[in-house]
Design a protein around this ligand. Sequence first.
Ligand code: NAP
Length: 325
Amino acid sequence: MPTALITGITGQDGLYLAELLLAKGYDVHGLIRGQNNPRRDLVESLVPDVRLHTGDLTDMSSLIRALRDADPDEVYNLGAISYVAYSWENASLTTDVTAKGVLHLLEAVRLHTGDDPGRVRFYQASSSEMFGKAQADIQNETTLLWPRSPYGVAKVFAHYMTINYRESYGMHASSGILFNHESPRRGPEFVTRKISRAVARIKLGLQDHLTLGNLDVQRDWGFAGDYVEAMWLMLQQPQADDYVIATGEAHSIREFVDAAFRAVGIDDWTRYVRHDPDLRRPADVDRVVGDASKAERVLGWRPTVRFPELVQMMVEADLQASRPG
Ligand code: NAP
């Protein structure tokens, strides 16, 4: 039975990946941080077979201990301070966790594997935010990186450090450059979930409006359940490599809002949506859209959930969750 260690087990992707690996017969371990983590109960109820280890990406000795105790064949590094807007307010902390934390984990894996660096396969959760001020209409693995937030900059550091450990030490370290992926488990601070939740609550009469920033930015949105499959596929390859994972379609936030309101039967939503210029970011990423043809060719990966189904899925889940009683 292969063994996997997942950092970021309490997050959206950590939960989907844990379910996927358990279904494949893995012995799954998760790193959980903090004293009395409020999401521990959720992890224990959704994936009770996962064994949890206390640790933090900023504390290298805790990572060495978790590796020793779990002794994994595969390590998936999903832990990060992942909310772009927050990363301007906490740039130093974001750098400690999202950038330096990855160096800690790579180094801990290197020490753990000793003379056999390929013994543990490593996945790094890179991000389309690394493309930032996009230097190509559609971005692939060779597009120049131009991050536009402390989060994006931290991810670029982590991305190149992963490549550097692969090239320097022969580690089987792969990096998935994942474009935005969403689900009913997306944190409520992220714009897609903010929209799906508000639309459900407006429909149920529990809320009267939704406040948003720039509606014109465009993202390439896929379903998190599809994207964790790509992470696993990367670690099954004989050679480690980097892959863009995306749907290849760009949609604006305005389109997301429109699809979400239509999903509850509201065609004219303008009176429910307010604009707050303070929600604009110091530097925005206007449009990113990914070319996942390498992942399709090498991994045989393709997204199964398209934009309209994704929005529908999220709104329906929030309607269920918001219904009184
Ligand atoms: P998420 O829901 O925000 O989860 C982030 C996870 O990181 C949480 O489990 C969190 O744990 C953990 N974490 C935060 N600080 C930590 C620390 N100091 N030490 C250890 N763990 C820590 O993110 P996600 O959407 O699942 O994304 C997973 C990964 O993919 C992240 O690295 C994210 O940056 C990256 N990514 C996401 C997307 C996307 O669209 N979702 C796209 C590209 C890349 P707590 O519960 O303790 O806070």
